[in-house]
Design a binder for this molecule. Structure first.
Ligand SMILES: [Zn+2]
Length: 374
């Protein structure tokens, strides 16, 4: 059976374009999900590349346009399924959310919890958008492979990969627990290999408790990694509303390198050039730091990609007249590197001055909390 999604059916040696049903509008008409299926030798694996789940994040769309070419298909062992507009309403209105679902669309993928027998009348039922992601998730489950979900972080941020934490169920018998843990460790190792092939900087997601509290396990990549055990990465491609052509080029090259890692493309890995690839020499996680302690105007002393050592001055803090506040300078409490400056320079107390990559001593693979599936 050829791979099919919506009205697009894969054909060897061809790029096919079309769409899948998405969300129907109450005023007539509907949103559709744009679909591109590029197939070389159909006996090879599947690679999913998705973009545009957050409406102001546009670099991934350009990356898909650069990646999916006739030249790629000629050499391709397998099938690339590219979905450039995972949130058509958000992209149309340049908003992070779809106007018909109140909440982050990248927290709507399945989490493996059983559907309650009786719906809770005080809870909203799954929205039309959540149902659409559920249907797409079933298609991802059917065809398998690996997945790259393309995003943008902050204005001027470094191009980097978010590596999800991987969870396993620890509530079965000993054999089941062992099997679950081995499967989680395997997908985590595959993700590490994908990151090495991609060749951009990488950062671990936040610690497990915060990660789950923010429903990050319901992101595109976490759902693929945890429920389907597909290696899946979130690529953060710098500025979203004005993509940096160097990052777009380096991301397309990095994705081709992932295809080489997956044995879907022949040839040597391409060098990743034209972008900063900071590396602290130890695994890092994201953290907003340092924080302001008084109302102030911040003069950042560092740029995205700069390495930082503990105690280093990272920003001057002044009042609106330009006089140093009591603190004068903010210093870093961590070794690591700068992912991005926070947007703006005028802050109330408690604001994060930088997005930083700091040492991550926490395990990348761990059991779900005891009550997670209750
Ligand atoms: Zn995003």
């Amino acid at each position: 059976m050829p791979i099919k999604l919506g009205n697009v059916t894969a054909a060897p040696g061809q790029i096919k374009y079309g769409e899948a049903p998405w969300v129907e509008h109450p005023v007539g008409g509907h949103d559709t999900l744009p679909v591109i299926i590029a197939q070389g030798d159909p006996r090879g694996p599947v690679f999913w590349v998705t973009a545009g789940i957050h409406g102001p994040e546009h670099a991934g769309i350009q990356v898909i346009h650069q990646l999916v070419t006739k030249a790629l298909v000629k050499q391709l062992h397998g099938t690339v399924i590219a979905l450039p507009a995972l949130n058509p309403a958000g992209l149309r209105t340049t908003q992070r959310q779809a106007y018909y679902h109140d909440g982050d669309p990248n927290r709507l993928w399945p989490n493996g919890k059983p559907t309650p027998e009786k719906p809770d009348p005080d809870e909203d039922p799954p929205s039309a958008l959540e149902q659409a992601y559920g249907r797409l998730f079933a298609a991802i489950r059917e065809h398998g492979g690996c997945l790259a979900d393309l995003h943008n972080a902050w204005t001027g941020s470094v191009s980097f990969v978010f590596r999800d934490r991987v969870f396993y169920r620890n509530d079965g018998d000993a054999a089941a627990r062992k099997r679950e843990r081995a499967a989680a460790e395997k997908v985590d190792q595959q993700m590490a290999a994908m990151i090495a092939a991609y060749g951009h900087a990488s950062v671990q997601e936040m610690p497990a408790k915060k990660y789950l509290a923010r429903k990050l396990e319901r992101s595109t990549t976490a759902a693929a990694g945890n429920l389907l055990r597909l290696p899946a990465l979130t690529m953060e491609l710098g500025t979203g509303h004005m993509p940096d052509p160097a990052i777009v080029r380096a991301s397309a090259a990095g994705l081709r390198n992932i295809l080489r890692w997956a044995e879907m493309l022949p040839g040597e890995m391409e060098p990743i050039t034209g972008i900063a690839v900071p590396n602290a020499g130890f695994p890092c996680r994201r953290l907003g730091t340092p924080r302001t302690t008084a109302p102030c105007v911040v003069h950042h002393l560092l740029q995205p990609g700069d390495l930082v050592h503990k105690g280093q001055p990272v920003a001057e803090v002044r009042d609106i007249w330009g006089r140093p506040t009591a603190e004068k300078v903010l210093t870093s409490a961590y070794d690591g590197w700068i992912i991005a400056r926070s947007h703006g320079i005028i802050y109330y107390p408690g604001a994060e001055v930088y997005g930083m990559a700091v040492r991550d001593p926490l395990p990348p693979v761990q059991p779900y909390p005891k009550d997670y599936f209750k």
